[in-house]
Design a protein around this ligand. Structure first.
Ligand code: HEC
Ligand code: HEC
Ligand code: HEC
Ligand code: HEC
Length: 163
């Protein structure tokens, strides 16, 4: 036990020294982004879907809370934003204004890594009725009809696909 401590110290000091010297000359590649990016980051490639989504009530869900002066109440905010209380998700209007409203990533999952590198689908969710039911709960929305409503998620046109 007593011998382990100085040994550990040596290793730590050595590692710190190595990290210091290697950090100077080597140019590291950008760390991969994590968490949520917000719908503006999707528009560049998914322009038609984004334009359609903007016409939906989901896109205005935060304004709805503002009209009721309930936009700071966590009990309301949680279903009217992206990724509330999830890593990298909505915190408040000061820190994460770009994640207000029900957006792409409320249904598709955190997509910052995918937006930076489209081939990366890690973290993306294939949304189904269960996804909607996180917010359209029996208590909140007793008459929710998945089959009838899912075609409106990207706007009235019901279009999908990558543009
Ligand atoms: C730089 C361009 C680009 C950006 C930015 C981008 N995507 Fe994509 N996305 C693509 C391409 C290309 C595909 C099709 C990939 C394929 O089929 O292999 C795709 C596919 C998808 C899919 C379907 C995944 C699947 O399993 O087929 C979803 C969902 C998606 N994107 C969501 C998003 C969201 C949400 C954002 C914004 C946070 C976003 N994308 C940003 C290019 C992009
Ligand atoms: C993060 C929470 C959340 C998720 C997930 C979610 N919704 Fe919503 N949805 C809302 C909120 C909040 C509103 C009300 C927005 C407003 O009017 O301000 C709404 C409104 C709607 C509306 C318009 C009102 C109505 O009842 O006709 C439709 C349609 C809808 N959602 C469909 C869906 C479908 C389909 C899914 C799943 C594929 C889904 N939603 C997933 C929160 C969510
Ligand atoms: C469990 C998720 C959830 C929570 C929590 C939640 N909402 Fe919503 N809210 C929804 C969904 C889903 C809709 C759309 C379906 C509907 O109209 O019920 C909606 C719709 C609304 C609407 C539009 C209703 C209409 O008919 O025009 C208002 C206003 C609203 N919510 C305010 C609030 C307020 C205020 C709170 C906090 C007291 C709150 N919400 C908490 C999910 C939620
Ligand atoms: C309310 C939930 C919801 C929202 C918000 C939403 N989507 Fe979707 N998205 C879905 C569902 C559900 C499907 C699968 C549709 C199906 O299977 O018919 C889908 C499918 C897709 C696909 C695959 C389409 C295809 O035909 O290959 C892409 C890409 C996509 N969405 C991107 C986006 C982008 C970008 C946004 C935001 C601008 C967005 N979605 C907003 C629920 C949503």
């Amino acid at each position: 036990m007593t011998k382990k401590i100085p040994m550990l110290l040596l290793i730590l000091v050595g590692a710190a020294g190595l990290a210091f010297f290697s950090a100077v000359p080597v140019s590291h590649s950008q760390p991969e982004p994590e968490g949520y990016a917000g719908a503006n980051a999707c528009a560049m490639c998914h322009s038609e879907l984004t334009a359609g989504w903007k016409t939906t009530r989901h896109a205005r869900a935060f304004d709805t809370l503002k009209k009721k002066s309930q936009e700071k109440l966590p009990a309301c905010v949680k279903c009217h934003v992206v990724g509330f209380e999830k890593p990298g998700g909505y915190v408040d209007q000061e820190l994460t204004p770009e994640l207000a409203g029900v957006q792409c990533e409320s249904c598709h999952g955190p997509a910052a890594a995918h937006a930076a590198n489209p081939a990366n689908k890690k973290g993306l969710i294939d949304p189904g009725e269960k996804t909607c039911r996180e917010c359209h709960t029996p208590g909140q929305d007793p008459k929710f009809d998945y089959a009838g409503k899912k075609r409106f998620v990207h706007g009235e046109s019901g279009k999908g696909g990558v543009k």
